[in-house]
Design a protein around this ligand. Structure first.
Ligand code: DX5
Ligand code: ZN
Length: 217
């Protein structure tokens, strides 16, 4: 089995000393960096926007994995592509015309990810799955770091993996929220290809070691 794609969430970084945390990420074995964008409408929190994304894009050597927790996320497709974003993720719950949004992301040259809130069943992806590069399953309600893991996500991951195999797609599965060694291992065993981790990485004295260990789960 190939190694797990680890995408540390910048939300848990020290924004007063972002350079330090970006240097840690660059020096780590993480393959991607996860950027959580919140608008105070889709979720009850506001994180950061383009000025920060631009600086991160300039200094980070990892592939950028952008998780948009905003209404009307499609509006920002071309701007994100211009910054060299690798994976653009939109919430299923925020896109009434999801197929069109996915095509727009790909046309702009990025990989397309669709994110599901904890209450949204994977079965709703039946018709769009072959078009997706990745599905992100939220294992907490989006909006905040440091929340506890919703257990149902393990079984949900296995159901999504079975759907992907049945349909013969190459779609990756990523999980976000409450990831640690215990939940991470169970998610990888259930079929997860990528793990997002915020507080578990940045809250540790040796974040590079945590990233390395998560890759080997
Ligand atoms: C939550 C965000 C997550 C968050 C994860 O809305 O999407 O990416 O940073 O944080 P932890 O790993 O601390 O649960
Ligand atoms: Zn996220």
């Amino acid at each position: 089995m190939s190694e797990t794609i680890v995408s540390p969430s910048l939300l848990a970084a020290d924004f007063g000393n972002l350079q330090n945390d970006l240097e840690m990420i660059n020096a780590s074995e993480a393959q991607w960096l996860h950027l959580d964008i919140m608008d105070g409408v889709f979720v009850e929190n506001i994180s950061f926007g383009f000025p920060v994304i631009e600086s991160v894009a300039k200094h980070c050597t990892k592939k950028l994995d952008v998780h948009l927790m905003i209404v009307e996320p499609w509006k920002f497709t071309e701007r994100l592509a211009e910054l060299g974003v690798y994976m653009m993720g939109v919430h299923f719950e925020a896109c009434p015309h999801l197929h069109r949004v996915v095509q727009r992301i790909k046309k702009a040259g990025m990989k397309a990810c669709v994110t599901l809130n904890p209450h949204t069943p994977v079965e709703l992806l039946e018709d769009i799955l072959p078009d997706l590069d990745m599905v992100l399953l939220m294992s907490v309600n989006p909006g905040f770091g440091g929340q506890s893991f919703i257990e149902n996500t393990v079984e949900k991951t296995a159901r999504l993996k079975a759907m992907i195999e049945r349909k013969g797609c190459n779609t990756l599965i990523q999980i976000d929220g409450g990831v640690n060694y215990d939940t991470g291992k169970r998610l990888v065993d259930a079929g997860a290809d990528s793990l997002v981790a915020g507080s578990f990485v940045f809250g540790n004295d040796d974040p590079k070691e945590v990233i390395k260990n998560l890759k080997e789960l």
